[in-house]
Design a protein around this ligand. Structure first.
Ligand code: SF4
Ligand code: SF4
Length: 179
């Protein structure tokens, strides 16, 4: 398989600097609203603040890949002696919980690094984090060329998991006759 250069974008999270203000959730949901910036609802954000203010624990978690099945094992985190919920810091949109799902449609949400045209200098959650808890980095890596499933494919996969392939195929066929 051919090798290509790929720009890898990462956001480093400095937990010691995060104060749980949730500005990152607000701007992310506003940026992804339709039309852009017309509303903000942290339930639609692709970054979630997991908080335990009594212990001064604030953990920003980015929405990762959609997964159609629950995983077989569960992670538990112990921070400063407190055990946190299983799945609490997981990045996946998965059938076992409501996190990282669009509240109205149930479609999975995934951080897209604020893709836009023209591109932003830095993702908006990074720009809005006044405490510098989110640090944006870019690097180039040589990787094997492979097709990545896009947002539409992930959304379709989620709908098929929820309603079954036949029902989705019937609906698409019906819609295409109307258009
Ligand atoms: S990088 Fe953009 S899409 Fe990803 S969580 Fe931050 S604001 Fe949301
Ligand atoms: S904007 Fe920064 S400090 Fe505020 S919750 Fe998000 S990561 Fe934490």
């Amino acid at each position: 398989m051919a090798k290509i250069k790929k720009k890898v974008k990462t956001i480093k999270i400095d937990l010691d600097k995060c104060n749980g203000c949730r500005a990152c959730e607000v701007i992310c949901s506003a940026f992804h609203a339709t039309p852009k910036y017309s509303s903000n609802n942290p339930a639609r954000s692709r970054i979630r603040m997991i908080r335990d203010p009594m212990r001064d624990v604030y953990v920003p978690v980015y929405a990762g890949e959609y997964t159609p099945a629950e995983c077989m094992g569960r992670d538990k985190y112990i921070i400063d002696g407190k055990e946190y919920d299983e799945c609490g810091f997981c990045r996946a949109a998965c059938p076992s919980r409501d996190a990282f799902k669009e509240p109205d449609s149930g479609l999975p949400l995934k951080c897209d690094m604020c893709e836009s045209e023209p591109p932003l200098e830095k993702p908006l959650c990074v720009q809005w984090c006044l405490n510098d808890a989110l640090i944006y980095e870019e690097r180039e890596e040589e990787v094997e060329e492979e097709a990545q499933p896009g947002d539409v494919e992930a959304a379709l996969e989620s709908l098929v998991g929820k309603h079954g392939l036949d029902k989705i195929a019937d609906t698409v066929a019906r819609m295409s006759k109307k258009s």
